[in-house]
Write a protein that binds this ligand. Structure first.
Ligand SMILES: Cc1cc2nc3c(=O)[nH]c(=O)nc-3n(C[C@H](O)[C@H](O)[C@H](O)COP(=O)(O)O)c2cc1C
Length: 389
């Protein structure tokens, strides 16, 4: 199979993965309005490039969380990656590190954070879900600190899991339940079965290592029965700081009002995100909040945006609107599911190459020259029609 873009990897992932796994990767909450809106927000932006600029020397380096990375992207946190590939978190971390990008390990990872650290010498961040028993989060933070993770990303858009209608249709739940439908789904995807099958059910090993609540925690952490601490609120940022001494970011901010709250609590970074349309259906696209959020952000706070990034030109648009960069969710997972670490590396290389092409076509030579002036202020009717196909 020839892969020329991320969409090709998506198609390959669709073929390789059992239906339940692909729908877990791909789907959004309820009617998927927000999922579609995320893409539409990128597609409705039109460029107004500058020409006859010397674009022979290009620099895509980005400053994030106090460090310099190869280009303005972070490989974002995705839980249950072992459903796509054995040792998935390690492969994602290695590919991100090789591409010169940070990797964020989910609380719901299927590899131990210590094993991910051993697998990659890149910059590692930990994404945190706070469970009702706060000792679990404290222990996760202590372990991540000991393993040299630099940044904590607190996800705030998930007090409860969004409603995913397709789980009922495909029979997806963790742990997997052996129904005739699931068995058929697996035997009809032999490549996946050969890779994941011999290692048994993917397990939330990272979380269970930090829990001493006895057996069964992983079962209760199944897709329907998360035990999130729903009391979590802005005052808990101080509690986090008692336990985490590195950079502290908030992921899942969906309004300018909450971005202001985050700034008032002196966080180091904010990810404008609606969780890839997997939580509150009907939420706005984070891209629509970006310009105003950036205009109010203190200089010391980095703003990232995510949701629907599938092309290098999407990254250019986000940076032009003032983001420090983007966070990638599904795109690296397509590469992972289709071809393991090599697939992730290829997806990242494609996005970087597309970003470089786009910058040259825009007349830009570095991220600072990607400005709002390169974007048409209003989409025309023709733009809207072109993206509606
Ligand atoms: C399969 C999958 C699992 C995810 N799991 C998590 C998670 O454990 N923690 C989290 O903060 N975000 C999670 N997300 C959201 C991503 O971090 C990111 O916000 C989102 O995928 C970005 O949208 P995109 O997939 O369109 O790029 C998940 C997303 C996907 C697709």
């Amino acid at each position: 199979m020839v892969y020329s873009n991320v969409a090709d990897y998506r198609e390959a992932a669709r073929r390789v993965l059992p239906k339940f796994a692909f729908s877990y990767l791909e789907g959004g909450a309820e009617n998927e309005i927000t999922l579609r809106r995320n893409r539409a927000a990128f597609e409705s932006l039109a460029f107004e490039p500058r020409v006859l600029c010397d674009v022979s020397n290009l620099d895509t380096r980005a400053n994030l969380a106090g460090k310099t990375f190869a280009w303005p992207a972070v490989v974002g946190p995705t839980g249950l990656n072992g459903v796509f590939r054995w040792r998935a978190d390690e492969w994602l971390a290695r590919a991100a590190g090789a591409a010169g990008l940070p990797f964020v390990l989910s609380t719901a990872s299927t590899s131990l954070l210590e094993d991910v650290r051993d697998a990659s010498d890149g910059d590692l961040w930990l994404q945190l879900y706070v469970q009702q028993d706060r000792r679990i989060a404290q222990n996760l933070m202590a372990r991540a600190q000991a393993a040299g993770f630099s940044t904590l990303l607190l996800t705030v858009d998930t007090p409860v899991l969004g409603q995913r209608d397709d789980y009922a249709r495909t029979g997806f739940r963790m742990p997997l339940r052996w129904t005739p439908r699931l068995v058929w789904d697996i035997v009809s995807h032999p490549r996946w079965a050969a890779n994941v099958g011999p290692h048994g059910q993917p397990r939330l090993v990272n979380l269970s290592r930090s829990a001493w609540l006895g057996a069964g925690l992983e079962d209760r952490m199944g897709t329907n029965t998360h035990r999130m601490d729903q009391t979590l609120n802005w005052r808990d940022i101080a509690w986090l700081r008692e336990h985490w001494h590195g950079k502290l970011w908030i992921k899942g901010v969906q309004s300018v009002a909450d971005a202001r709250q985050a700034f008032a609590h002196e966080v180091d970074g904010v990810v404008l995100s609606n969780h890839g349309g997997r939580q509150l259906d009907g939420a706005r696209s984070p891209l629509d909040l970006l310009a105003q959020t950036v205009s109010e952000a203190p200089r010391s706070v980095d703003i990232l945006v995510d949701g629907g990034v599938l092309r290098g030109s999407d990254i250019a648009k986000a940076v032009a609107l003032g983001a420090r960069g983007v966070l990638l969710g599904r795109a690296p997972l397509y590469g992972l599911a289709a071809a393991g670490e090599a697939g992730v590396r290829d997806v990242l290389a494609m996005l970087h190459a597309e970003l470089q092409t786009c910058m040259r076509l825009l007349g830009c030579t570095d991220l600072a020259s990607l400005t709002p002036a390169l974007l048409a202020s209003h989409a025309t009717a023709a733009d809207v029609a072109a993206t509606a196909k």
